[in-house]
Design a protein around this ligand. Structure first.
Ligand code: ZN
Ligand code: ZN
Length: 413
């Protein structure tokens, strides 16, 4: 295992370009990154060029500048949006560019701000970016989201360490969960993808009508629509490019039926919502909709998010992750859903992924809804799995089969 930072950093960038995003010879790359991630973005561009990409376009963003706006801009200016920025991303997708987004954000960047203004402005941004989000959701191009430590994020994860040590420790954690330190990272990724792929195939063949999550305070039945498709690990574009959309990735997931979720579910890990960390909350569902929220803190933040639109209070994703996944084994809360959602089985409030429904990618919004798929401007993952949670698959004839026991896979491949 390589121990020097530069080698691991380069391996990470190379895995991103080759093993995950799978940039094609002749394919341009659009790289969305915060200013802080410039060093990583540059190394990624090097591997993109080495892999035959003719051009890498950088789309920079700046969360500190955004914070200054949220704090000082006139309160009636929430409608302002740089149309050109959304158009650049849209053009890139139309051209068939690969899309890579780096997350390197202070999880508390929005703390203490005027929530009303922030959520209005973020809603405008989500609306302007909907064509891009939809194209991504439909896997129109190969895309990838990865993370990179910044001091504020690292200090949040390791508050007792110095800034420098915290960043180093967070890098170690990212390299570990991304299997960068395996003797042969590419081979390790292939083995991992093969195992999850086999489970995905079995669940697709089973076509359970619902999953029952139970254990601890959780007792929740999640209906699955007819023709649901389990996806995860790898995706394929209409043009046939296979890629890994999120690294690390430990989940396989599908969509719940927007009207058939009933019972009570308890979060099993802290959740970061718009810069506020909620340690624990309990949601009660009836007919697919959240009818009660209990939380020991920031209940208003969660409630506000659920009121974004009708779909925000319904589920768009159900994902299975074994309790023994590297992210879970590490036992670290990353304060970043890109990592934390790989720590446990989870649900997401809000939009679903159209490819989780047979023929879904070609369906109109109305058709998707008619098939039980949920739509929303938000997509918020929250963890529900732990070593206490069992999952049963319920068949069309009401028979039950074990899918997970005490947080681990309970069927053979
Ligand atoms: Zn997920
Ligand atoms: Zn999700």
């Amino acid at each position: 295992m390589p121990t020097d930072f530069q080698t691991r950093f380069e391996r990470y960038a190379e895995l991103a370009v080759k093993a995950w995003l799978n940039v094609q010879r002749g394919q341009r790359l659009a790289l969305v990154a915060p200013l802080e991630a410039a060093p990583l973005a540059r190394v990624i561009s090097k591997y993109a060029y080495l892999n035959g990409s003719p051009f890498v376009q950088f789309l920079w963003n700046d969360s500190e500048a955004a914070r200054i706006r949220f704090e000082f801009a006139p309160r009636d200016s929430w409608k302002e949006y740089p149309e050109e920025f959304a158009l650049l991303a849209q053009r890139a997708l139309e051209r068939g560019d690969a899309l890579l987004s780096i997350t390197a954000q202070d999880p508390d960047v929005l703390r203490g701000l005027d929530l009303e203004f922030v959520s209005r402005a973020q809603k405008v941004a989500a609306e302007k970016n909907k064509p891009v989000q939809d194209a991504v959701r439909r896997n129109q191009v190969n895309w990838l989201g990865i993370g990179m430590p910044v001091p504020a994020w690292a200090k949040r994860v390791f508050p007792a360490l110095s800034e420098q040590d915290a960043v180093a420790r967070l890098w170690d954690a990212i390299f570990y969960v991304c299997r960068v330190d395996e003797p042969d990272p590419v081979a390790a990724w292939r083995a991992h993808a093969a195992d999850l792929g086999a489970r995905r195939a079995i669940l697709n063949q089973k076509q359970y009508t619902a999953l029952h999550f139970y254990g601890g305070e959780t007792d929740l039945t999640v209906g699955l629509p007819q023709g649901h498709v389990w996806v995860g690990v790898t995706d394929t574009t209409p043009g046939g490019i296979t890629f890994v959309a999120n690294a690390p990735t430990e989940e396989i997931f599908t969509l719940p039926h927007r009207e058939r979720v009933d019972g009570v579910v308890t979060s099993s890990k802290p959740l970061s919502v718009r810069g506020n960390v909620i340690e624990k909350f309990v949601l009660t569902f009836q007919g697919g909709r959240v009818v009660q929220i209990r939380a020991n803190q920031h209940r208003d933040v969660l409630e506000k998010l659920l009121m974004t639109d009708d779909g925000a209070a319904r589920l768009g994703e159900v994902a299975l992750v074994p309790h023994s996944s590297p992210v879970s084994k590490l036992g670290l809360f990353f304060y970043n859903p890109l990592f934390d959602e790989n720590a446990a089985s989870h649900l997401a409030l809000g939009s679903c992924y159209a490819q989780c429904l047979q023929g879904g990618v070609e369906m109109s919004d109305q058709e998707l809804t008619a098939h039980g798929a949920n739509d929303s401007l938000v997509h918020l993952d929250f963890m529900v799995g732990s070593d206490q949670i069992n999952v049963d698959g319920i068949g069309a004839d009401d028979t039950r089969e074990p899918v997970m026991r005490a947080g681990e896979w309970a069927f053979a491949t």
